[in-house]
Design a protein around this ligand. Structure first.
Ligand code: AMP
Length: 295
């Protein structure tokens, strides 16, 4: 395990509540152009229709954008620390409800639902589950949360431009955390990750080793490597990220809501994430107060 320690590079911004969010522009990604072709626009149109159908079936959906207090999105390559950073955010900012599409899909696979059976073949191959399936799944999870004004932390969705554009119809994403981790660190981390399939408990031989090698601490059962954590699948997932998910970096940067955090160690990166998020939430609250005073 490489013990290299690199300080995350965060382009620090002064406290700027309006227009200041773009201060985290990541020049490394700025020359990326989004692929667009007719089949993706057909898919997008289909996704939008699906989303409209689901939105109109919920009495609360028309006001869901306003009802969700904050929607935070965490973007990054597979194995790039999204899960770790998310759990730290949830522990420091308990107002957020975690919506992890990867966790949710794995739960469906474990319990053998129809959706799980449908998704498994894509997941095992390191491919993305079709947009239509994902939109349907996420909306049923987020609708009740947004109806009650619950803040959301989206982890793993949206993952394609089409999903993002569809989501815009019902939710406003206020802030986006873009984690930028070198590929070699990711490959190393993923090969280190083993799980207990029945519970979904995750171990890392470097950071959170089981008490006994290869054995789950609680049940004594065998640990396994996720099919999509095997080397060929990891490479495909990284390729898919570049092709399908990377365009979201530009998409959210253009909206002025993206902040990039670079580094190799989640604990170190998180110090900056936390400071930035505290600032953003404080700014949002100030703006809400201002609105209330005016209104
Ligand atoms: P994750 O744990 O977030 O890396 O997700 C594991 C796998 O679930 C991915 O490799 C995809 O096959 C699938 N998946 C999760 N979220 C999405 C999404 N938003 N769109 C398509 N596939 C997804």
């Amino acid at each position: 395990m490489m013990m290299q320690f690199v300080t995350p590079i965060l382009r620090q911004s002064p406290r700027l509540c309006r227009g200041g969010v773009g201060a985290g522009v990541d020049v490394v990604l700025s020359n990326f152009t989004s692929p667009s072709n007719s089949s993706s626009s057909i898919r997008h149109e289909h996704s939008k229709q699906l989303l409209r159908a689901y939105s109109s079936s919920s009495p609360s959906s028309s006001s869901s954008a306003a009802a969700a207090a904050h929607t935070l999105l965490i973007l990054g390559k597979p194995g790039g620390g999204k899960g770790t950073i998310s759990s730290k955010i949830l522990s420091d900012f308990p107002q957020f409800k975690h919506v992890s599409t990867g966790d949710e899909l794995r739960q469906h696979v474990r319990t053998g639902t129809e959706l799980g059976l449908q998704a498994k073949k894509f997941m095992d191959e390191g491919l993305l589950v079709p947009d239509e399936v994902m939109i349907k799944m996420v909306l049923s999870t987020t609708q009740s949360a947004s109806a009650t004004g619950q803040s959301l932390l989206l982890d793993g969705f949206p993952r394609t431009l089409s999903q993002a554009q569809s989501l815009d119809n019902t939710l406003t994403i206020n802030h986006v955390i873009n984690l930028c981790i070198p590929n070699e660190i990711i490959v190393e981390r993923i090969s280190d990750r083993w799980i207990h399939p029945a519970s979904g408990r995750v171990y890392s031989y470097s950071y959170r080793p089981p008490k006994v090698h290869g054995i789950d601490d609680e049940t004594g059962e065998q640990l396994v490597q996720r099919d999509d954590d095997k080397p060929a699948s990891v490479m495909r997932r990284l390729e898919k990220y570049e092709e399908a998910t990377r365009p979201l970096v530009d998409y959210y940067r253009d909206k002025g809501v993206l902040q990039t955090f670079k580094g190799t160690m989640s604990d170190v990166i998180y110090v900056d994430v936390k400071r930035w998020l505290e600032e953003k939430l404080a700014c949002d609250d100030d703006e809400e107060d201002e609105k209330e005073m005016k209104g």
